[in-house]
Design a protein around this ligand. Sequence first.
Ligand SMILES: N[C@@H](CCC(=O)N[C@@H](CS)C(=O)NCC(=O)O)C(=O)O
Length: 195
Amino acid sequence: MSWDHFDEEWSNVKPKIPFQQLPILEVEDGTQICQSVAILKYIENVGGLTINDPVKAAEAMGVLQSAQELFAPLNPTVNFAIGQNFCNKRDNMRANLKSRFSDLARYLDNHKGRYFIDDTPRAAEFACFHHLDLSRKLDPELLNEFPRLIKLVKDIENIEAVSKYLKNRPKLVDVGIQPKLIINGRAHPTGVNKT
Ligand SMILES: N[C@@H](CCC(=O)N[C@@H](CS)C(=O)NCC(=O)O)C(=O)O
């Protein structure tokens, strides 16, 4: 939680960080990197996962940005919306989600590797995984008509380090009702107030 890291309420932290939103990644020298895509590309670079072929690199960026376009309204709806507002948002975004899911599935079908570019998972795959995984909290049935995407989700979940992370990360519960994160056995309502 931002208040754990900065030891301040979010309303005080917000105006002090580069673009007033999370996530940010703070690197060793204190530099704050904002925007999910920039963070993912940075990790790719330091992890030695850069794609040298400019065409393939651009293709991967295309997939990454297409996956990231699922961010809104999916993330805020799953994390914060409740009651009728949640149901309306879920029902309004369903067609768009399915259309993008079908594009991603087709992309994977048209390429030989296990992932979008080859057999290595990089920024594009992790961004995609994040949104597909979250969509299951919005509507557990959504992915059912996309077996290729279910395989992608399983392939990422089965990476040992990811599997360990997924088992230990805070669990998001009561989506659409009163979303909370279970941290060290305690339920913390999602939102901007310190709990
Ligand atoms: N385009 C940004 C979106 C960031 C974003 O929407 N962050 C939300 C949380 S997921 C936030 O910081 N909300 C609190 C606020 O705006 O005060 C990214 O991909 O990182």
